[in-house]
Write a protein that binds this ligand. Sequence first.
Ligand SMILES: NC(=O)c1ccc[n+]([C@@H]2O[C@H](COP(=O)([O-])OP(=O)(O)OC[C@H]3O[C@@H](n4cnc5c(N)ncnc54)[C@H](OP(=O)(O)O)[C@@H]3O)[C@@H](O)[C@H]2O)c1
Length: 252
Amino acid sequence: MTRKIALITGGSRGLGRASALAVARRGIDVILTYRSQREEAEAVVAEIVEMGANAVALPLDASDSSQFAPFAAEVRRWLREVGKRDTFDFLVNNAGTGLHKSIVETTEDEFDFLVRLHLKGPFFLTQTLLPSIADGGRILNVSSGLARFTLPNASAYAMMKGGIEVFSRYLAKELGARGIRANTIAPGAIATDFNGGTVRDNQAVHQMVANNIALGRVGEADDIGGVVAALLSDETGWINGQRVEASGGMIL
Ligand SMILES: NC(=O)c1ccc[n+]([C@@H]2O[C@H](COP(=O)([O-])OP(=O)(O)OC[C@H]3O[C@@H](n4cnc5c(N)ncnc54)[C@H](OP(=O)(O)O)[C@@H]3O)[C@@H](O)[C@H]2O)c1
């Protein structure tokens, strides 16, 4: 039987790492990317291989579209040599960083960077990889609860995440003929390195977030990994063009 293969950007840490491990636990091979943390990425690969699945970590700066064609060539090489196929099944556009600044403080350079990383990156990376995504596959874009609810100092970042949600719907519409589903997962605040680890490490922020979540605690990366794996499974194949929020019920 052909093994399924997932490509997860930003798989070295946080939500991408948890997602990579969660899908590998279901017997899916993983291509993950990292930008700076090669050792952490290789550690994730080792954990996946330990589970009996294939994995590789490839470098990618998701804010630099000039890297996408050579990256896709590397992906195709790995698919041929290790996956013994020309295609992969699941693309998870997860890589990203935040920006905690007010509208007044946000610079044009910071805004442009967010556009490159969170909008242009997923758009053109998906476009570049599309010929290698198998018919019947899935695309899952990572948004944020902040695209629904409104907190201070997140406007530019949240705007990008709103854009990725729109992109998912258009992907679903245009790729339906190939049986490819496209959805958005919108995590609430999760305790990772994101934004300098504020939600995890700043006690006041941690408590404020927990108080605003119906389940009464801050989310952990594994809370998202499980949802990602579920959204890529056969059982959820009729979910298409949707935004699924995974926040424990944040600011309902
Ligand atoms: N944590 C939250 O509260 C939260 C909530 C909602 C949505 N999100 C979204 O979830 C995604 C993952 O966040 P996280 O919490 O897992 O963050 P994280 O722990 O800081 O991890 C970020 C990941 O993205 C990679 N990355 C960062 N900049 C990149 C770039 N320019 N090009 C390629 N890869 C890059 C990092 O690679 P290196 O390790 O190599 O640096 C790392 O693997 C992001 O899109 C974020 O916006 C997070």
